[in-house]
Ligand binder design. Sequence first.
Ligand SMILES: C[S@@+](CC[C@H](N)C(=O)[O-])C[C@H]1O[C@@H](n2cnc3c(N)ncnc32)[C@H](O)[C@@H]1O
Length: 223
Amino acid sequence: MLQIREMFDHIHKRYDLLNHLMSAGRDVAWRKACCKRLPKKENAVVLDLCGGTGDFSIAYKKKLNEPKASLVGDFAGKMLGVAAKKDSGLKLIQMDATQIPLADSSVDIILNGFGMRNIRDLDTAFSEAFRILKQSGCFATLEFFKPEKRVSKLFYKNIAPLLIPFVGSVLGKRNAYRYLVLSILNFITPKEYAAKARNAGFTLRCIKALDGGLAHIVICEKK
Ligand SMILES: C[S@@+](CC[C@H](N)C(=O)[O-])C[C@H]1O[C@@H](n2cnc3c(N)ncnc32)[C@H](O)[C@@H]1O
């Protein structure tokens, strides 16, 4: 776990650029597509879990106009440092997703962009998310899941293992981006992910494949 944190701290300065390059700018559209599917709650308390450099929170803030609180939680302090420079209105919390330092039923919306794949104890992360959500609160995941469709299999098994570490090496972070490809191939499918969410008590609202299954949105609710 320490290694993952160190890795993200190590790439914090170039994380956003690499993200945009490797997704050909689609990460921005994917976050927007996810925000569109979320309710527009008044005075919402929003937690961007594994929020890193804050882009998901910032995208959702635009939809809400004035959330009551926009929290970004991440265990990599340097990633949070980048978020702080982008938007001084974000409240940053250095924390582990498996031990969230927030009260029961205190959050309206949890966002999670490309974070869950990095967590070893997913079941504990789900039960923590369930614990801190208010009733009828939503947990929105945007993630690269284990590929199942033809386009995504072709991309993640044949193209990404060459392309992504290459782009990473041009920017001096080859190993971190080799990890990115492996973590996708070794992750679970969206349906398996939804089953874990259900085990934690969530009700599934939607699973949506984006760009031929390169990424997916999974939205669950605490009913
Ligand atoms: C791929 S980045 C995603 C950042 C951001 N959510 C986005 O949309 O670009 C994954 C983030 O998850 C964080 N992370 C991974 N495991 C974590 C854990 N157990 N607890 C808290 N943060 C974690 C990393 O530090 C990193 O900032």
